[in-house]
Design a protein around this ligand. Sequence first.
Ligand code: MCA
Ligand code: AMP
Length: 437
Amino acid sequence: MLTALSRALADVTVGEVRLAGADLAGAVGACAAGLAGHDRVAVVATPTMQTVVAVAAGVVAGVTVVPVNPAAGEAERAHVLADSKPSLVLADTDVDLAARAPLPATPADDAAPPALVVYTSGTTGPPKGAVLSRRAVAACLDGLADAWSWTAGDVLAHALPLFHVHGLVLGTLGPLRIGSRLVRTPSFAPVDGASMYFAVPTMWGRLDARQLADMRTARLLVSGSASLPAHVFDRVREHSGHELVERYGLTESLIVTAARPGDDPRRPGQVGRPITGVGLRIGEADETGLGEVQLTGPTLFDGYHDRPDATAAAYTDDGWFRTGDLGRYDDRDGLRLLGRLATDLIKTGGFKVGAGEVEDALLSHPAVVEAAVTGEPDDDLGERIVAWIVCTEPVDADVLVQHVATGLAPHKRPRDVRFVDALPRTAMGKVQKARLR
Ligand code: MCA
Ligand code: AMP
């Protein structure tokens, strides 16, 4: 019963489409009936009501859902589908919002297949599928509900994409499990009557003073997925009267820490204390207490789909999950994030992008002979993807940008292309990215 939806679904609005709770339950029931006989289905996760219904149907039917970025390019989509091998790919047109059927009498329990396989980028190679159990999803959502006193009386508003943990698990399964109303807007903006807002720092940074003032009546503004710049925190406080609350996690671990409003001292970068059940330690800490954030507990994934090698490499010898994030922890102030071990992972607009994946895409262009990808600080996106290119013949930067945007996804496109005569390399031939920056 662990990822069961609330017994009383609340109203959900996605863009222009609104379904009252009972109608939503009926549409989910009808979609779930159509999933009989399937173990794993892919959902092209457009920001629509159809996606909400399809994902909820998978949850109640005990079918694993693989969300696919609707803007994923051909190569990326082909990889996700070939790797996850769903027996069905659901698009918006396959979901009938007018159909009605009762929800299954016995909702899927822990013995059912995993809830989700969510694809996430590593430093090299194509994205890997993080297998997320029903138990992990439930533990994460219940832990957040506890930390934030999130109840059926809340109205959550956000504009997050529905193919990643933030928008899908927190922003969609959260309200469906807790029974709170959900309003998903096309772009991030104030919503009448909203009590909670979830967004990435880039979205918070883009709101104007008037929009922030219109969020005064909410009770909780939450930022996550990337570092929150101090100037964004200050501006939100100045115009909305709220101190942004941060929480932290990874696709592989779901959300593991959360700041408790009112309880924990608020400072940007301070991402709170572990939620119920999560174990957190700082591995190989230096004399100042700085080291790698490592995790145990019920929110952790079941491993990477079909990648036992990568799964094993993600854990320490004594069984703790290695986040690759650097931080300091104490029981009073909670976790403070201070950087990342791997430089080949870029967080841009809250999306994680592996340098290797973008380099491979650039190298697949016939004019490119060498490519290196780095992240540079960016006021709006946090980090900006920069491509360093050696080519055989003149090629337009825009052509290379489009090559990446259409092969992978638009958010993986370089925002800067710099042509160089050669890449700095070590005697062993390894690119020295520090010298590029
Ligand atoms: C779009 N554009 C393009 C292309 N496609 N330009 C060239 N080539 C293309 N192929 C243009 C658009 O027309 C637009 O132009 C401009 O790019 C910007 O579009 P916008 O939608 O604003 O995109 P963005 O600026 O790149 O995105 C900002 C964003 C987005 C909306 C904040 O990054 C986002 O949705 N982030 C959320 C990420 C997220 O959910 N992460 C959670 C991961 P113009 O502006 O001129 O019209 S889960 C996770 O991290 C863990 C578990 C956690 O902690 O949550
Ligand atoms: P993803 O792989 O897309 O799930 O991204 C996970 C990564 O996002 C983490 O390893 C962190 O580096 C980053 N992250 C998530 N939440 C926060 C936060 N509140 N502050 C800073 N970084 C964060």
